[in-house]
Design a protein around this ligand. Structure first.
Ligand code: FAD
Length: 469
């Protein structure tokens, strides 16, 4: 934890903040700032002394200069849908909310680029560019709520990463405000750029610790004309996992391969109040294929179907029209919400391994669950080797829960690392995993990373208490 002592946000500072952004955009009252005291991590909270809802890079710059002068911590925030506590002001100070900077500034069809402000909800970018026959593939399951600024800061992924990659693969330009208040423009509408160090990729995934992103230029691709979704139920959990590796080994790259265990399906059923197809199966694979012709997509579909059946799939469901496809995906997108309803206290991990090791990872997690007598439900982006591991408290007594969670956490990290993986694939280190960063990075890399942070932010005012132990 940073041992620096920080200043408080007193009335004089609040008055200065009001001068910068306007009185209505500075929030200080208890009830009003409460929604900014947490993200989607269960049980983690930090009370902001002030929330400032900025409208421009210049305002961000002025707020950071003031915070720098007064040594006040500043926590950037998009929608607060993060799963590692990144937007939680664990040391108080100012929460810098980017939610009002939510304009899509330009869809440039000649250059296949879209320029957006950081507070745009990700799904709104999808809708806007798809109306023009263009495609922005990264699709975190939270896409209807999270912001593109949060996606950039977290290096967010999503189901379509199997074929199309993650947020970092689409960011070509950034405007960002450094902790000193300096505004920089990195990159542009360029598909190639090797001018000096790659600052863009350094800022992507930096979890709001190096700079505040105020404008983003994203690369677009043509929208595929045909999409089909396939649902395969498996009687044995590991058969589904083995099918994933085999599909990839057959040189077919589906758009998405999502894995869901029976307990997660049943939880979604209870949440939605209606039956999920094949709910007796031990696991489901939800596979999306896309392409520009029906023939090409159908050819892949035949191979994927045959492979799943070879691996013990009991049946298959094909969804070609949008409403049916949306219904299949609704199950997947509702898993986190429904597991929280089942067990309001739970713990979520986001480990990633090389794709071919997915069966070993899922099998190892089952062993951990048995060994410690806690219910663990895995689901997620199996085609990327990235699994969301949910440890449910259920009726485990509080003292046993407090004891067992760190043990399970470390065991799952060790398993992922032993398989050539790492401790987080897309949710980030944030506040919740920083103790464990040295498990994944050696001392030399820890020093390099700390050194980078200190070059950007020697006084550590930007999102302190995150990433580093
Ligand atoms: C139901 C659910 C499903 C999810 N599915 C996925 C998924 O499939 N893939 C995935 O990757 N994640 C997923 N997430 C996690 C989360 O949605 C992503 O991390 C998302 O990128 C967070 O965006 P946000 O706007 O909510 O960011 P916030 O939570 O507000 O902030 C996240 C981090 O970004 C920083 N930040 C935010 N905006 C800026 C900015 N403009 N400049 C600098 N730093 C900034 C914050 O300081 C913080 O460190 C899911 C979350 C939930 C609740």
């Amino acid at each position: 934890m940073d041992t620096i002592s920080y200043g408080e946000v007193d009335e004089t500072i609040v008055a200065e903040l009001r001068n910068i952004v306007g009185a209505g955009r500075v929030l200080v009252d208890g009830d009003v700032v409460e929604p900014y005291s947490h993200d989607e991590v269960v049980g983690l909270r930090g009370r902001p002394e002030a929330v400032v809802r900025v409208a421009s890079a210049e305002q961000v710059s002025a707020v950071l200069r003031l915070a720098q002068r007064e040594r006040v911590p500043v926590t950037p925030r998009g929608a607060g849908y993060g799963l590692s506590g990144g937007a939680v002001p664990v040391l108080g100070g100012i929460v810098l909310s980017l939610e009002k900077m939510n304009r899509i500034l330009e869809i440039d069809k000649a250059n296949l680029m879209v320029t957006v402000e950081p507070g745009v909800i990700t799904a709104n970018i999808h809708r806007a560019v798809e109306a023009e026959g263009l495609f922005y593939p990264p699709d975190p399951a939270s896409l209807d709520s999270c912001t593109i600024g949060g996606n950039v800061a977290e290096g967010a992924g999503g189901p379509r990463a199997v074929k199309y990659g993650v947020t970092k693969d689409y960011v070509c330009g950034l405007e960002a405000v450094l902790p000193s208040g300096e505004i920089i423009q990195a990159g542009g509408k360029l598909v190639k750029n090797v001018t000096g160090y790659n600052l863009i990729q350094l800022l992507v995934g930096s979890e709001g610790t190096l700079a505040v992103v105020t404008k983003i230029i994203l690369r677009l691709i043509p929208l595929p004309k045909v999409q089909v979704d396939l649902l395969f139920p498996f009687g044995k959990f590991l058969d589904a996992a083995n099918a994933v590796s085999d599909i990839i080994a057959h040189r077919i790259l589906p758009t998405a391969i999502e894995f869901m265990e029976r307990d997660s399906l049943l939880a979604v059923e209870r949440l939605l109040g209606r039956e999920v197809p094949f709910h007796d199966a031990e696991a489901h694979l939800l596979i999306q294929l896309d392409g520009n012709t029906q023939e090409a997509v159908d050819a892949d579909y035949e191979v994927v179907g045959a492979l799943c059946l070879e691996h013990g799939a009991q049946d298959g469901l094909v969804a070609r029209d949008r409403p049916t496809r949306e219904r299949l995906w609704e199950t997947r997108r509702k898993i986190i919400e429904s597991l929280r309803r089942e067990s309001p206290i739970n713990h979520m991990e986001d480990v990633v391994v090389p794709r071919a090791a997915i069966a070993a990872l899922l099998g190892g997690i089952k062993n951990t669950s048995r060994r410690h007598g806690v219910r663990i439900i895995s689901f997620g982006h199996a085609g990327d080797g990235n699994v969301h591991v949910n440890v449910l408290k259920d009726d485990v007594p509080d003292d046993r829960w407090a004891e067992v969670v760190p043990i399970v956490q470390v065991e799952i990290y060790r398993l992922a690392l032993s398989l050539g993986g790492t401790i987080t694939g897309e949710h980030g280190i944030g506040a919740t995993r920083r103790r464990y960063l040295p498990m994944a990075l050696d001392e030399c890399q820890m020093q390099l990373q700390r050194g980078i942070r200190d070059v950007f932010d020697p006084n550590r005012i930007l999102n302190p208490g995150k990433i580093f132990p």
